[in-house]
Design a protein around this ligand. Structure first.
Ligand code: SF4
Length: 88
């Protein structure tokens, strides 16, 4: 199980979640030269330990435990995986 970043992050990319994640599994970070190339942030499902700390940090409530992800955003499970498949 993992946490998922969904549509509300698009255009927001607040990055408060990045600062609280204890295992640094939310990317891209602001110091990434390609930060502006992406329209949202993504959680690495292989690294996330499901601590939930990022959920309340997000000002637009874009982060959900996978089991609580609203159906309308179910595609975002794969969207998060794809980022790490394509960007390491
Ligand atoms: Fe990081 Fe915890 Fe959020 Fe997973 S649930 S992305 S480990 S802060």
């Amino acid at each position: 199980m993992t946490h998922i970043i969904a549509e509300p992050c698009k255009g927001t990319k607040d990055t408060a979640c990045v600062d609280v994640c204890p295992v640094d599994c939310i990317h891209p970070t602001k110091d990434n030269p390609k930060f502006e190339d992406f329209d949202q942030l993504y959680i690495d499902p292989d690294t996330c330990i499901d601590c939930g700390l990022c959920v309340d940090e997000c000002p637009v409530r874009a982060i959900f435990p996978e089991e609580d992800l609203p159906e309308e955003w179910s595609d975002y499970v794969q969207v998060n995986v794809d980022y790490y498949d394509q960007n390491g």
